[in-house]
Design a protein around this ligand. Sequence first.
Ligand SMILES: Cc1cc2nc3c(=O)[nH]c(=O)nc-3n(C[C@H](O)[C@H](O)[C@H](O)COP(=O)(O)O)c2cc1C
Length: 238
Amino acid sequence: MIKKYIFSFILLLFVIILSSCNNSSTNKTNQIMTTTNNITTSNENQPTTTASNNVQSATSQITIPSTNITNTTTSEELNNENNAIVIYFSRTNNTEKIANYIIELTNTESYEILAKIPYTDDDIKYYTNCRADQEQNDPTARPEIGSEIIDLSTYDIIYLGYPIWHGQAPKIMYTFVESYDLTNKTIIPFCTSASSPIGSSATNLAKIEPNANWLAGKRFSATSTKNEVEEWLNSINI
Ligand SMILES: Cc1cc2nc3c(=O)[nH]c(=O)nc-3n(C[C@H](O)[C@H](O)[C@H](O)COP(=O)(O)O)c2cc1C
């Protein structure tokens, strides 16, 4: 009789344990399904890159993919909306370095102004009455451009870069501004120099093309970093 009771008690205990295990397993399954549903909902939103609401809703559920979407959208908007180009003259590559930072950061196209008669090292030994010294002293000097003519009609914004030569833009920049119709274009001058500020170099170029929208220019040095250029670009808010 006692054996029968013990057996019944063990049987009851076994049934209780079995039932409890089953419940716990069901809960886990539900939890997994809930998580899966959340991920599915987020993924559905991913291709809709233009709707910021959708992107934000995805952000709250799957952080990493949403961040990628936001970056892609911003970069595409920059390209499509700005129609910008970086145009520069650089004899010893300091201005070219800054130009390349702008190109990388804004994802724009570029055009290098090359002299038809290239400047030799002797031509740029300033304060020796070298070719560059003579041109900068001659108000009528307009060195010819050697690079191919470019169609600027599709560009609204021009980042215009040059080195400072005796406090001003090299005369080949005057040749450039006089050769092209820059009416209604937004021009953002930038320059490099050993120590001089941008001074009146950009405003003197602006006098040649008053129908363009000239923004305040920015001077960089040969050692300016990509971060400095990025900060400047952010401050322009274009
Ligand atoms: C003819 C000539 C004149 C220059 N005049 C100045 C000047 O007035 N002030 C200055 O700070 N640097 C002057 N420089 C130095 C350049 O502005 C500086 O090296 C610049 O970064 C060169 O740019 P690039 O490498 O793009 O040609 C002059 C350089 C040359 C060749």
